[in-house]
Design a protein around this ligand. Structure first.
Ligand SMILES: NC(=O)c1ccc[n+]([C@@H]2O[C@H](COP(=O)([O-])OP(=O)(O)OC[C@H]3O[C@@H](n4cnc5c(N)ncnc54)[C@H](OP(=O)(O)O)[C@@H]3O)[C@@H](O)[C@H]2O)c1
Ligand SMILES: [Zn+2]
Ligand SMILES: [Zn+2]
Length: 334
């Protein structure tokens, strides 16, 4: 018997209540992490609400975990009790398919999620395969690092996938949890960064985070003014956007890349053909990219901007996320 004390929602849109479960014996390749903090990603909210029709209740969210290794399985080669680690969206992958062998563990077809195939990090402890727990290197502020493990990785990964040039002009759409980290990454990468938000209310913060330009989409003609400008537009919103206007804002060979879980995309193909433009998306990032991102974070002294709540105030924190008012990532601490 190995009891974990968590917070679970019991129905779509339900509030979190204390919930205890027996995690059973620890698998030989698994570790158990004593949770110190856990960020709240918008995906946790989408999962509570069963927006993606895949939530199982009782639902324990939480996939931006920072904590200490509390137990290691018999076959764990590289982690010891007491190590400071982070865990993100993925908790397991098969480690032997072509994708895993190529280093693209996040594309493994049998990958398992921290909050989709097991109970997550809104708890005192959480488990994962040793490979998906990444040591937090010196130079990364552990207290604010949780959001890097899902949100940060998700927006860092496209820069790696596209081998983005440091001379690129990048537009970041949506200045929330993911977007505010994307601005910092793209600035440190060397790019010219435009923050694209629904109004000017986040302008001063976006500029402090490293945005060189700011565009408010509620201003008439704002997108038309940047036609042909961007080599990469990184969409972090889950909204139906005026996709054709964003494609028009791309430079030739530019890519409109969405990591935000927009429900659908409708776009006119001909302008994409003429400008050799593309539309793409990606899930979080691999184990290797997680390590690279954390090195980059330490080197450039990047830090998510967080608002901290005790984990016992999880429902207050979720209310704040539903209202869309976090600046910029909410983190629960134990
Ligand atoms: N691909 C992946 O692997 C992956 C990983 C993590 C998260 N996600 C997804 O990424 C998305 C963002 O997550 P997050 O945690 O960053 O969320 P968040 O903190 O709530 O931020 C989302 C931002 O989108 C903008 N926005 C909200 N409603 C909008 C609307 N109706 N129209 C246009 N813009 C709107 C807002 O920015 P402004 O106020 O600046 O407009 C908001 O701050 C979610 O869909 C999440 O599920 C995907
Ligand atoms: Zn997430
Ligand atoms: Zn695999």
């Amino acid at each position: 018997m190995s009891t974990i004390e968590a917070y679970a929602a019991h129905k779509p849109g339900g509030s979190f209540e204390p919930f205890e479960y027996d995690a059973g014996s620890l698998g030989p390749d698994d570790i158990e992490i004593k949770v110190e903090s856990c960020g709240i990603c918008h995906s946790d909210l989408s999962m509570v609400d069963n927006e993606w029709q895949m939530t199982e209740y009782p639902f324990v969210g939480g996939h931006e975990v920072i904590g200490r290794v509390a137990a290691v399985g018999d076959h764990v080669p590289s982690l010891n009790e007491g190590d400071l680690v982070g865990l993100g969206w993925t908790s397991r992958s098969c480690m032997h398919c072509d994708r895993c062998i190529a280093g693209d563990h996040n594309l493994c077809v049998s990958a398992q999620g921290t909050i989709t195939h097991q109970h997550g990090g809104f708890a005192d402890k959480v488990r994962c395969h040793w490979g998906w727990a990444t040591k937090i290197p010196d130079g990364v502020d552990a207290a604010s690092a949780g959001p890097l493990l899902c949100g940060g990785l998700t927006v860092f990964n496209p820069l790696v996938q596209f081998e983005l040039s440091p001379t690129a002009r990048v537009g970041v759409v949506g200045i929330g949890g993911l977007g505010h980290m994307a601005i910092q990454f793209c600035n440190a990468w060397g790019c010219e960064v435009t923050a694209i938000s629904r109004s000017r209310s986040k302008e001063s913060e976006a500029r402090q985070l490293g945005a060189h330009e700011f565009l408010a989409t509620n201003e008439e003609g704002s997108l038309e003014k940047v036609a042909g400008k961007f080599d990469l537009i990184l969409n972090t919103t889950d909204a139906e956007l005026p996709w054709d206007a964003y494609i028009a804002a791309l430079a030739p060979r530019g890519a409109l890349h969405t990591v935000g879980a927009a429900p659908s995309i409708t776009a006119t193909v001909f302008p994409m053909i003429m400008g050799q433009k593309s539309f793409s998306s990606s899930p979080t990032g691999s184990i290797a990219t997680t390590r690279t991102m954390l090195d980059f974070v330490a080197r450039h002294k990047i830090s998510p901007m967080t608002e901290v709540f005790p984990m016992s105030d999880i429902n207050e924190a979720f209310t704040k996320l539903r209202e869309g008012s976090p600046r910029f990532r909410l983190v629960l601490v134990r």
